[in-house]
Design a protein around this ligand. Sequence first.
Ligand code: PXL
Length: 273
Amino acid sequence: MKRLLTIQDISCVGQCSTTVALPLISACGVECAILPPALLSNHTAAGFKGWSFCDLTAELPKVEAKWVEQDIKFEAFYTGYVCESHIDPILSIFKSCAKPDAVRIVDPAMADNGVLYRGFAADFPTKMARLCNGADYLLPNLTEAALLVGQEPKLSRYTQTEIESLIAKLHAIGAKTVVLTGVSFNENELGSAVSDGKTVEYDFNQRIPCMFHGTGDVFASVFAGAILRGKSALEAAALAADIVCEAITATDRDHWYGVSFEKAIFSLASALQ
Ligand code: PXL
């Protein structure tokens, strides 16, 4: 069994980050170690009135030192929501705790719908770009992609030419494979563009006309698990999108802060059996 380290916050309530990654990656049949660089009472998205934030930056080098001392290494890293002070310690762990050919999966979780998440400064995307440089798989949504390359996020539909130009810029900041989510060329479909730097391939599902929190984390977690189980980037993106759709469909209308991904775990485990 392969061992992946996920580095992202623990939001105690809210079905995002680590509380999504751990169960979904486990369901993929991949061992999931965790390193939370911050502990929050809940996520920061609209709906919650506020949040507590315990920064664990100082803990990161201490954890790293113990892992180095004991020769604890990982086949893969998957990073999600992190803050500026976490980036250098994470880059150090990428180097010191990597098995040969360890895979880096970076979800630059920082923005959606044209705006940065509450709490991030306007220059944060330039900091996040440092974590994206060298990513084997970079998983931004359209807003994150634009901010990472210094473009104004666009809320109207992108053309295929615009999508592919955005992808080229993401490769230029150092991403090997780009999986751009939230791509849509018509009203009925929503999906992702997967590029290895030579070819761009697309995967689409029927659009579900609702906005849910935490779907990016479900997508990235399933993607990471599927990659470690030997799927191609396109196959992993397609499975991740199917699981997101199943989770959304299974979520009660009044369940506002996340998606009921728990109800899609059986499908996920079956798909990767
Ligand atoms: O789902 C991404 C995410 C993760 N962690 C925290 C967040 C968010 C999105 O808002 O606030 C703390």
